[in-house]
Design a protein around this ligand. Structure first.
Ligand SMILES: Cc1cc2nc3c(=O)[nH]c(=O)nc-3n(C[C@H](O)[C@H](O)[C@H](O)COP(=O)(O)O)c2cc1C
Length: 152
């Protein structure tokens, strides 16, 4: 089992911390988006994509990367950190984009991340221990869902 997590975490490093928490409990390689050309996506069983949410969506460069994927069937997941709790809505457009590229999206995860909007701090102290534990439970669930789908 090999999992690649592609991360763009440009504001506070929050999303990278979530990816690192996942990597503590699962066979995860973390690729910063800038370094993605060093990795061959087809060598991984599952590829996850995550970033902070900026103006209601994932990072533009991450979206561009997903738009550039081939249409071969593969397994993926989506995650994000954001200063407000619209997790499902925040992740929905990247999920749809992956599905349009013939990717099976096994699940999505979102949690709060500290941000400074117009100099005003929001969701201070996040991600916190509960967020990290939530991310770890999520990645273990993703592995189970993948195994179930493959045996189906
Ligand atoms: C320019 C900017 C725009 C943002 N837009 C949103 C937003 O639309 N919704 C939200 O919940 N959080 C928003 N945030 C907060 C970030 O999503 C949050 O801080 C996130 O954890 C940043 O992730 P990162 O540290 O991995 O880049 C914004 C932050 C910045 C700096």
């Amino acid at each position: 089992m090999k999992i690649l997590i592609v991360v763009k975490s440009k504001h506070q490093g929050n999303t990278q911390k979530i990816a690192e928490a996942m990597a503590e409990v699962a066979p995860v390689t973390i690729a910063m988006l800038e370094d993605l050309k060093c990795y061959k996506l087809s060598e991984f069983d599952i590829v996850g994509f995550g970033s902070g949410i900026y103006f209601g969506k994932h990072d533009n460069e991450l979206i561009k990367c997903v738009k550039g994927l081939c249409n071969k069937k593969a397994y993926s997941f989506v995650f994000s950190t954001s200063s407000s709790k619209n997790f499902r809505k925040n992740n929905s457009s990247l999920i749809k984009l992956l599905e349009s590229k013939n990717k099976v999206v096994l699940g999505s995860f979102g949690c709060l991340g500290y941000g400074k909007l117009l100099f005003i701090p929001i969701s201070r102290n996040h991600p916190d221990i509960d967020d990290f534990e939530g991310a770890q439970k999520f990645i273990l669930d993703i592995i189970e869902r993948y195994k179930f789908q493959r045996n189906d």
